[in-house]
Structure formats: structure tokens, C-alpha cells
Design a protein around this ligand. Sequence first.
Ligand code: BDR
Ligand code: CA
Length: 310
Amino acid sequence: PVPVLLDCDPGHDDAIAILLALGSPHVDLLGITTTFGNCSVEMATYNALRILALADRRDIPVAAGSARPLAGEARLGEFIHGATGIDGTSLPEPLAEPDALGAVDFLRTSLLAAPAPVTVVATGPITNLALLLRDHPEVHSRIAEIVFMGGSTERGNTTPAAEFNTYADPEALDIVLTSGLDLRMVGLNLTHQALATPDVVARMRAMDHAVGRACADLMGFFGSTYSDVFDFAAPPVHDPCTIAALIDPTLISWHRSFVAVETAGRWTRGATVVDLHGRLDQPPNAQVAISLDVDAYWDLVLAALDRASS
Ligand code: BDR
Ligand code: CA
């Protein structure tokens, strides 16, 4: 299995990403770190622990991270995720306490202790990873690659130009994009193909166990806000696309490109600039997700959710 550290802000789709990792024999989830984003970092930490409790897993450490971006104030995603970050279902209480280490120290310690380089997946604002790379350069060689959900080759979902995670902390993403590490970007242009249609939600509910029911309930709430705010017929389940890419490399097609993030634009702060056609004459720094095998994605995710049930 691929050793993975997951940095996230659960979050309806982060919750599915965690359960996908837990239910997949191809992923060895070494730990979860949390950040502000869809909700406060305190709530994200509590939510991560409750999702682990849903799957009856007390063996995965959870370490709490950044409460705010590198610059400016935190703007939370309650308009999509509700007051708790995962409105729409009730989850069991945590089986464990958060790790004594904060996220950055936990990531550093885990990376240095691992016998081989580890894949780091980020599905929220990327502040924790930026602090890690900036303050602890000794970990660079211990990271196999960073796979992040954020940005788009097209338009945004938080401003017209910027996606939520990249808008939340553009300075942090800039540190990651210029790190020289192997990067894979999973943006909205990809994740908007991963829609939880009524058929998908029915397959979750038909599992007839706590994990399946909770996921179906989460998708119900997520679908209602996506319908109200964006007029989507079904919600895009962004974050698990990162984990799915690790499990089955054939699910997603990629294009190697130069990717930058706008930190200074008047209307475009947080927008990713993806040079798919090489117009900027810059060296490529990331593999950018382009198209998703949608049926295979859902077959993979649903099978893992079924296995994640205790
Ligand atoms: C991203 O923002 C959050 O709302 C989701 O969890 C996802 O990580 C999508 O723009
Ligand atoms: Ca997220």
C-alpha cells in the first residue's frame, strides 16, 4: 500500500476522502492533520475524529493544525458545509483525543520516521504543508509527492476566478508550487465530473450500514447547498478524487503544466494559472488532472465505503 498523510478540513467531501482511504487496501493512512477551511480547525479536528469513530478506527492519529492562513483572516466555508462543517448527519463521538503534537510537528515527525518517502494529500487550504516545507526543509526528501485538491484550469467557486482552497491561502499554495517537489493538482475542472447523482446516493444508502447511511445523509445536505448556491443538479465530491488517483492511476488523465497561483490580482487573488498550452514559457511544475473515468471512480469509492464499515 501507498503510505499517506492526509491534511484536510472535513468537510462533507473530506469525510468521504477519509473513509475512502480507510476502506482501501492500497492506502496505508499514517495520520490525519487538520486545518481551518470548511469550518474552524477545532471543528475540523473534532469532525475528523468523529469520522474515524464512524468507521470504528482508533488507530489513526489526528493532529490539529492552522487556524488561519499565512496572511489575512480565515474565511470559512459554512455557506456550503453548514455551521459544523459536516451538517446533515449525526456522527458518533470521538474514540480518541487529538495527538499531542500540532499538525506541522506531527507531519515532520511522521515523515522523518517513515521507512520510505510518504505521499502527502491535501484537501483543504494548504497552510500546514506550506509551514512544514518552509520551516523544515529536511522533510523535502521524505515526501514522495504532494497531491492536492485545489484550483482549476477554468473558473472558481468562491470568487469567479478562485477555488475555495486556493482562495483560502494563496501564499501557502505559492510555497508548495515553487517547492520543486513532485506535485499533482486535482482542480474543479476534474472534480466537477465527480457528481454524487441520485443513483450514487441510493447506492450509499443501500449499503444499509452506518457508514453508507452517513455518507448518503452528508451528500443530501451537500447537494442541497450546491443546488441553492450554484444551481448544480448534484454535488461534486471533490476531495476523494485525490485518494482515488493514488489507488487507481488509470482513473484520471493528467497534463504536465506550469501552475502558478495569483496572490496579487485585484479580482483574481487565489486563482490558479494553469498553462496547458505552454504559452508562458515556464518549466512545468505539476501534473494537472484533466478527465475522470466517472463510472470507475464511483465503483471504487463505493466499494471502499462499504469496506470502511466496521
Ligand atoms: C474544496 O473546498 C471545500 O469546500 C471542499 O471540501 C473541497 O476541498 C472545493 O472547492
Ligand atoms: Ca476540503
